[in-house]
Design a protein around this ligand. Structure first.
Ligand code: PAF
Length: 320
């Protein structure tokens, strides 16, 4: 006899898989939601799932889930048999003066939302499990990490690529899903995955925006009402830059000037950067002749917000 109903179900699935039947019926044949905290246990579970022929998708997050994260889980759900949601506020990607201690945390709420959106399994490790004493190995994408957010947040991207590499090793996914709001992060993760032969498909999901155009972000929770209104300057700037591009402007500095005027007119916003860069290499673009990204970062109060749009891509710029 099997110890539990789930054990019996698993054994039946293995028997069917051995006989060449599909390992699962997407959306129907899903195991009960599981929470795993230990990296070794997570890896063992992922290896079992792979042995059973399951296609695994991972959605790495730092929690404080909003609709943008749920869109990532939905995209994963549509492409895989098993969706692993990871929840880990990664200390190595926060600088000494950044907001690690006040980063919004609501594990119970996040687990509910992730399960509701279609995750099968949550990996929620402790900091000591991910960075045991003596940990000193980092993964860095040398050039792509330097400009934009990398210039104002030294060390940030080494923290991101290191934790994502670890999460990939632990969760053994076929596919990983990331949001396009963190444009530079996505570019780095794609490059790391290619350079280090992870053999994982990276899927991206378009920015999810509030009705007024502001990109959804866990950091929006820090904004007071007046600041929340001021945050519209970022998407407004992108819309102005994209409108200049659509009107035929190809000079990077002119596109930036059109965008910059919107941020400069907002007294509560302080620009960090506003640049046109090559969409893949993130190098400076003087004249836009191929795919290019218009990226902005600005402080509203103490909160640093980012946003971007790919020039010339349908549906990319927020409307003015
Ligand atoms: O985008 C995020 O939430 C984080 O940078 C990530 C990718 C989960 C790594 O900690």
């Amino acid at each position: 006899m099997f110890a539990t109903f789930d054990d019996g179900l698993e054994a039946a699935r293995r028997r069917f898989a051995r006989r060449g039947f599909p390992a699962s019926v997407p959306g129907v044949d899903r195991p009960a939601f599981e929470i795993i905290r230990d990296p070794a246990a997570m890896r063992a579970r992922a290896e079992d799932l792979r042995r059973d022929g399951r296609r695994i998708a991972v959605v790495p997050t730092m929690g404080a889930l909003h609709d943008g994260h749920l869109a990532l889980i939905h995209a994963a759900r549509a492409r895989a048999d098993i969706v692993i949601f990871t929840l880990f506020v990664n200390p190595t990607q926060f600088g000494p003066t950044e907001d690690l201690s006040r980063y919004p945390r609501d594990e119970a709420g996040d687990l509910d939302k992730a399960r509701g959106a279609g995750a099968d399994l949550a990996f929620c490790p402790d900091v000591s499990a991910m960075y045991p004493p003596g940990a000193q190995t980092f993964v860095e994408v040398r050039e792509l990490q330097k400009p934009l957010c990398g210039a104002s947040r030294p060390g940030h991207f080494a923290g991101v690529t290191t934790i994502v590499a670890k999460l990939f090793h632990i969760t053994q996914p076929h596919l990983a899903v990331f949001g396009e709001k963190d444009y530079q992060q996505l570019a780095l993760i794609r490059r790391m995955t290619r350079d280090l032969d992870f053999g994982i498909e990276i899927t991206s999901v378009a920015i999810v925006r509030e009705p007024d155009g502001v990109a959804m972000s866990s950091r929006n929770a820090y904004l007071e009402p007046g600041q929340r209104l001021a945050a519209r300057a970022l998407s407004g700037a992108l819309a102005a830059g994209a409108a200049a591009y659509a009107a035929g402007e190809r000079d990077g500095a002119m596109i930036v000037a059109a965008a910059r005027a919107i941020v400069d007119a907002e007294p509560l916003a302080r620009l960090d950067y506003l640049e046109v860069r090559d969409a893949a290499e993130l190098t400076v673009v003087e004249r836009v002749a191929g795919p290019a990204v218009l990226a902005v970062a600005a402080f509203v109060g103490k909160t640093r917000l980012i946003d971007n749009c790919v020039l010339g891509r349908a549906g990319s710029p927020p409307s003015a």
